[in-house]
Design a protein around this ligand. Sequence first.
Ligand SMILES: Cc1cc2nc3c(=O)[nH]c(=O)nc-3n(C[C@H](O)[C@H](O)[C@H](O)COP(=O)(O)O)c2cc1C
Length: 188
Amino acid sequence: MDALTTITTRASPLKLGEPGPSPAQVRTLLEAAIRAPDHGKLKPWRFLVVEGAGRDRLGDLWVEGLRRREPAAPEVMLQREREKPLRAPLIIVVIARIVRDNAKVPAIEQIGSAASAAQNLQLAAHAMGFGCLWRTGATAYDPVVKAGLGVAAEDEIIGFMYVGSIAAAGPLRPLAVEDYAAPWPAAS
Ligand SMILES: Cc1cc2nc3c(=O)[nH]c(=O)nc-3n(C[C@H](O)[C@H](O)[C@H](O)COP(=O)(O)O)c2cc1C
């Protein structure tokens, strides 16, 4: 698939399944991710690769976070949270490692750079025939979850990238460039 086709045909999958990427394919995904643009050579991204039983550990951590956020959460809700990481054979956690006091590269640029890495990864997965769904939610901002993953308080979880074979493809949403882009200055 050429690069433009990859970009313009990407859609988030509705359902993922086995098999996930091989170790060599995971490496390729990460190689694509670290080609993201980066102001100041800060390389403000880190990745955690979660597979197999690691997903159970991640589920337990998410439950810990949910318990803190919602102490009255019923068991059915906790169980659903515990099982969420099992929705894909592979989850790559994309983290923005932020240098807060950099005079030239403010935090927003570092976050943008790490988000570009996440998008590179998502597009690479698509180019390789896998599906990739970008998720965050309250879990991504939960201090318990961040600490459990070894993410410093001043850093940010950019996304939990769910990767696997496509069990149910998502729709390619209709989009019109005119809705989002305009010449400037506007014609009078
Ligand atoms: C930063 C970020 C966080 C997201 N978090 C979630 C999420 O937690 N749950 C979800 O269903 N979709 C989430 N999405 C949206 C999906 O990943 C997806 O982009 C959206 O459903 C649109 O589908 P499309 O990618 O096929 O256009 C998130 C997207 C971004 C960029």
